[in-house]
Design a protein around this ligand. Structure first.
Ligand SMILES: [Ca+2]
Ligand SMILES: [Ca+2]
Ligand SMILES: [Ca+2]
Length: 353
């Protein structure tokens, strides 16, 4: 009898602690990218173009091919963002700023963003950046507003960036340096970039990239602390965003500052993403002007070889029976631009797990 009372007492002591813990757990955003396709309840896939224009044959054209959903796939528990460089001759087509598809897939990358908005918090990404120059492996929060009520357009751009390559002491692109930028607007005096040295990040290994975003609270000065492999590399105290934003992960092609992308394909791989909100007093809600534009409408379902909106054994059989060199994003589970036994294997592996 005494033992039962002891056990009951123990429950009474433990229970409130467990309950609190469980509540906190539900606030944490986590994705380890298992399965064949992105979890579209959590993520949006970007289809848009940014990065400026160049003059080609006397005409102003978009420098890069934007970001497209075909360059997003999952494999072996990783999110893989593909970047097609200057030497790419495959079947994919990039996208222009006006939404039209281009004649080729050169300088075309990939980006996804959380559906949900988050403010202060710890943002942790376990990833392997692209080892190439000419493209940018990026992790960033983003919130964008346009206000036309005054005489001039006022742009609010609350953003925190981790971008590779950074710049070394000679102002050259470097994959041992990072660009750590905080933004509150688009003007010259509305953002600040740090260029910390962080060791060779193109060593072919996964690294932990984390920033702790403090919007301000009692005893918490507004700041963003950047930690790579758990070591503090940089702290920003200026232009600290307050508005909740979406977390983006992307591989894209900057016009001048990242080098020249003289390669066929390269990859930015992400093993998991974890966001732990701090819920500080400085947090403000998002008020985005265009929250619904620039996203892929019909999501790609990797492994749906026969196109019936589900992935099952029939898809594996179809891939096995009808290998094809013709590009079909749904059938091309491993994103090598053909359908064959490798895709069959991945579908079967996914069905078995
Ligand atoms: Ca994973
Ligand atoms: Ca199917
Ligand atoms: Ca394939």
């Amino acid at each position: 009898m005494k033992n039962i009372i002891k056990i009951l007492l123990l429950f009474i002591i433990i229970l409130p602690v467990t309950a609190t813990f469980a509540q906190d757990e539900t606030e944490i955003f986590y994705d380890d990218f298992s399965g064949l396709s992105l979890d579209y309840s959590k993520w949006l896939t970007a289809e848009k173009n940014w990065g400026g224009t160049v003059v080609e044959n006397g005409k102003s054209v978009d420098y890069n091919g934007g970001v497209i959903a075909e360059n997003v796939h999952l494999q072996d528990g990783k999110l893989i963002l593909t970047g097609c460089g200057n030497l790419y001759e495959g079947a994919k087509r990039g996208i222009n700023r006006n939404g039209q598809y281009r004649d080729d897939g050169k300088r075309c990358g990939a980006a996804i963003a959380t559906k949900e908005y988050f403010a202060s918090g710890s943002y942790e990404i376990y990833a392997k950046i692209s080892p190439e120059f000419g493209c940018c492996s990026a992790m960033w929060t983003f919130e964008y507003e346009e206000d036309y009520t005054g005489d001039e357009l006022k742009v609010t751009n609350h953003e925190i960036d981790i971008e590779f390559p950074g710049r070394d002491e000679n102002n050259e692109p470097s994959l041992s340096h990072c660009l750590c930028t905080t933004w509150v607007g688009e003007g010259e005096d509305e953002h600040k970039t740090g260029y910390p040295y962080c060791g060779d990040q193109a060593d072919g290994k996964f690294h932990t990239y984390r920033f702790d975003w403090h919007t301000g609270d009692e005893g918490e000065e507004p700041r963003v602390e950047y930690y790579f492999d758990n070591a503090l590399v940089y702290t920003s105290y200026e232009y600290i965003p307050t508005n909740a934003g979406r977390l983006w992960l992307g591989l894209w092609f900057p016009r001048y500052w990242a080098g020249t992308p003289d390669f066929d394909k390269t990859y930015f791989e992400i093993d998991y993403v974890k966001i732990t909100p701090f819920r500080e007093k400085g947090d403000k809600p998002q008020n985005e002007s265009y929250p619904d534009s620039g996203w892929r409408k019909e999501n790609i379902l990797r492994g749906d070889v026969n196109g019936d909106d589900t992935v099952d054994l029939r898809d594996a059989i179809e891939a096995e029976k009808n290998p094809s060199e013709t590009y079909n994003a749904n059938a091309d589970v491993n994103d090598d631009e053909k359908t064959d036994r490798d895709d069959t294997r991945l579908i079967l592996k996914s069905l078995l797990s």
